[in-house]
Design a protein around this ligand. Structure first.
Ligand code: 5AD
Ligand code: SF4
Length: 565
C-alpha cells in the first residue's frame, strides 16, 4: 500500500507531474473538481519501471495535506520525498534503496574529457557491484586507452563491449546475465563486435562463461587486466580468450586510472586488493584473491596529483583497508606503513583535501586509526563498520571473528575518541540457522550502534563459499525477506531520528555540484557523509569544489536541507 507521511497544514491542490531520476517512475497529483475544494491526491507508478510495476498500483489515497516534507513509501520502503515550500511542491529526492551503490549499477563510462585524439576503435564498459569494481573499470579504461581505444557511452558505436561484473549475491549475477542478452543484439547487428566479461563473475565462472554465453569472446579476472590488449588481439583473430589468473602481487600501482563520470571533486583511490578474511558467506576471497597492499608512495602521489588537478576529496578503497600493510623497497618490518600512517600521509597533502576510506573490518580498525582521524580535521568523520549480524552465535558461523559485545565496545571506543562520527553498516538477514532471537539481536545492535545508514541484504548462498559447503541455507525466503524488511524499517527510523538531530547545526559542506532537481541549488556532503542541499547564493560566488558553512533547517531520512551562513 502506498503511504505518505507526515501530515499537516497545507492542502495539495494542483495537478503536478514529474519525471524522476533517469526515467519517469512516479507521477502524482490531486484530483479536484472545484478550485476551492482540494481533491484526493494520487500517486502512480509508471509501468515498466519497477519490479512491482506489472500490478500497476495506482492508488487513490485519502485526502492529505502536507507541509514541509512528505514521504512516499511502498511496502515500508521509502521511494520518494516531496516538499512543500513557498507554495510549490517539489520532489526532493528519489530515495535509493539502501543497497550497495545501487544508484551506480550499470553505469557506463563517459568518453574521455577534452581528448583531442580521434580513435579508430571504441570501447564501451558498464560496471556493477562495489566501489572497487568502479575503480577497476578506470584502470581498464587507462589500459585500453594506452592501446589506442577511445571510450564511448553509446554501446551501438562500440567495437568492444565490456561488462565489469559482481558475484556477491545471486541477484547481481542475474542482472549481468540479463544485460548480456541485450548486448547480443548489438553483436548480431554489427558482427565483429567483441564482448568481454570482466571482474568477479569472470573469475568465478572462468571458461564456463564461454560455454554458457556463446556470444562472449573474452573473459578476464580482476588481476589480469594488463593482458587485455593481447586478449583483444586474440579475439579479433577469432580465438576466444580467457585470463583469470589471480596474483599475489598485482595492485596496478603504476597505472594512472582514467577518471570517468567523475564530478571533478571526489575520486576513488584503490590502496589494496583482495581479502584474506574468509567470512563464510562471502565469495570475494575466491574472486579477488589474496590480500595485497599497494605501494604507499604511488598512493600518495596519485592523491597529490588528484589534488593538483582540482579534486577535493579522495576515498581510499579496499575490501579491508585497516589491514593495509606495506613495506617500501628493501625495507624491513620496522619500515612498514600501516593504514594509520598512510591515512596521515594522505591527510598531510593539504588541509583542503578531504580523506575518506572504506571498508573497515571491526576486528582490524585500531586506536591508531581513530587517533589519526581525530588529529586531522580533513579526515572525514564517518566509518563504515559492517556488523553483518548482532548475534554472537551467527557471527561465529559467519567467521567474523568478533562477538556482539566486542563490536559494541568498538562502537563505544569510536564514540569516545570521535564524538559526532557517523557509523554505517552492512547487515545480512537470514543467514544459515538464524533464529528469531538472533534477528532480534541484530535489530538491537542497530539501535545500540545508531547507524546513520546501512546496506542491507538477505543472505544469498554463493557457490564455493565456506557457508555453502558447511551449512544449510535453511531460513525460508519469505522469512529472510520479512526480517530484511524489519531491518530496513529499523534503519529508516534510526536515520530519520539522526538526521533530525542535525537541524539547527552548522556544517562545513564540500559542494559536489548542482542538485539533481534544480540548478538553483547546490548538493554537497558534510564530514559525516550526509548529503546536504541548499540554495545557491544570488551573487554566484561559490562553485563546485568549494567548502561552505551550511545551517541545517530541514531534513528527510537521507538528506539535510539548509542555507549558506
Ligand atoms: N549474501 C548476502 N549478502 C552478502 N554480502 C556478502 N556476501 C553476501 C551474501 N552471500 C554483503 C555483506 C558485505 C557486503 C559487501 O555484501 O554484508 O559486507
Ligand atoms: Fe567478504 Fe568478509 Fe572479505 Fe568483506 S571482509 S570482502 S565480507 S570475506
Amino acid at each position: 500500500m502506498w503511504k505518505t507521511s507526515p501530515f499537516s497544514s497545507y492542502w495539495l491542490n494542483a495537478v503536478f507531474l514529474w519525471a524522476g531520476g533517469t526515467g519517469c517512475i512516479f507521477s502524482a497529483g490531486s484530483y479536484h473538481s472545484n478550485k476551492n475544494e482540494p481533491g484526493s491526491p494520487f500517486f502512480a507508478l509508471k509501468p515498466g519501471t519497477h519490479p512491482q510495476s506489472s500490478v500497476r498500483p495506482v492508488t487513490e489515497l485519502p485526502r492529505i495535506n502536507i507541509s514541509h516534507t512528505a514521504i512516499l513509501s511502498y511496502n515500508q520502503q521509502i521511494y520518494l520525498y516531496l516538499r512543500f515550500h513557498k507554495n510549490k511542491f517539489s520532489m526532493l529526492d528519489l530515495a535509493a534503496t539502501k543497497v550497495h551503490d545501487e544508484a551506480r549499477q550499470g553505469e557506463q563510462f563517459a568518453p574521455f574529457k577534452n581528448d583531442p585524439n580521434s580513435y579508430g576503435k571504441r570501447f564501451y564498459i558498464e560496471s556493477y557491484g562495489c566501489q572497487m569494481n568502479f575503480a577497476d573499470s578506470e584502470v581498464v579504461a587507462a589500459i585500453l586507452n594506452k592501446e589506442g581505444f577511445g571510450a564511448t557511452r553509446n554501446v551501438e558505436e562500440a567495437d568492444l563491449i565490456f561488462i565489469n561484473t559482481c558475484s556477491i549475491r545471486e541477484k547481481a549475477e542475474q542482472t549481468v546475465r540479463k544485460r548480456l542478452t541485450d548486448f547480443k543484439k548489438f553483436k548480431t547487428g554489427k558482427p565483429g563486435t567483441l564482448i568481454g566479461v570482466l571482474g568477479c563473475m569472470a573469475e568465478r565462472l572462468k571458461s564456463k562463461f564461454l560455454e554458457e554465453e556463446k556470444l562472449v569472446d573474452i573473459v578476464v579476472g580482476p588481476d589480469a587486466y594488463r593482458s587485455l590488449p593481447r586478449l583483444v588481439d586474440e579475439a579479433n583473430d577469432g580465438q576466444k580468450s580467457v585470463n583469470v589468473l589471480l596474483s599475489r602481487e598485482e595492485t596496478y600501482a603504476d597505472i594512472a586510472p582514467v577518471r570517468l563520470n567523475s564530478n571533478g571533486v571526489s575520486a576513488f583511490v584503490s590502496i589494496m586488493r583482495g581479502c584474506n578474511n574468509m567470512c563464510s558467506f562471502c565469495v570475494v576471497p575466491f574472486t579477488r584473491g589474496r590480500e595485497r597492499s599497494r605501494d604507499s608512495e604511488s598512493i600518495i602521489n596519485e592523491c597529490r596529483d588528484l589534488f593538483e588537478q582540482g579534486y577535493k576529496e579522495v576515498t581510499l578503497l579496499g575490501q579491508n583497508v585497516d589491514s593495509y600493510h606495506y613495506i617500501p623497497g628493501n625495507g624491513t618490518e620496522a619500515n612498514a606503513v600501516s593504514f594509520a600512517n598512510l591515512l596521515e600521509q594522505v591527510a598531510l597533502i593539504s588541509p583542503e583535501l578531504r580523506v575518506r576510506f572504506s571498508t573497515s573490518h571491526p576486528k582490524d580498525i585500531t586506536d591508531d586509526v581513530l587517533h589519526t582521524m581525530a588529529a586531522y580535521e580533513n579526515i572525514c568523520k564517518c566509518i563504515h563498520l559492517p556488523v553483518q549480524s548482532g548475534s554472537t552465535r551467527v557471527l561465529q558461523l559467519m567467521n567474523r571473528t568478533y562477538t556482539r559485545e566486542w563490536y559494541m565496545k568498538k562502537v563505544d571506543r569510536i564514540r569516545e575518541l570521535l564524538p559526532g562520527c557517523s557509523i554505517t553498516s552492512d547487515i545480512i538477514a537470514g543467514f544459515c540457522t538464524e533464529t528469531d532471537q538472533d534477528h532480534q539481536d541484530t535489530l538491537s545492535i542497530m539501535d545500540y550502534s545508531n547507524y546513520v545508514y546501512g546496506y542491507m541484504f538477505y543472505y544469498s548462498e554463493r557457490p564455493g563459499t565456506l557457508a555453502q559447503r558447511r551449512y544449510q541455507d535453511d531460513v525460508p525466503l519469505e522469512v529472510k525477506k520479512q526480517r530484511l524488511q524489519e531491518i530496513i524499517e529499523k534503519q529508516n527510523q534510526l536515520s530519520l531520528a539522526d538526521y533530525k538531530k542535525d537541524i539547527g547545526q552548522t556544517y562545513k559542506v564540500l559542494i559536489d555540484g548542482d542538485s539533481k532537481r534544480s540548478n538553483e541549488q547546490w548538493v554537497g556532503r558534510n564530514s559525516q557523509n550526509k548529503v546536504v542541499i541548499f540554495p545557491k547564493q544570488e551573487n554566484g560566488q561559490h562553485k563546485k569544489g568549494d567548502y561552505v558553512q551550511v545551517l541545517i533547517n530541514d531534513c528527510t531520512q537521507a538528506t539535510l536541507f539548509g542555507e549558506i551562513v
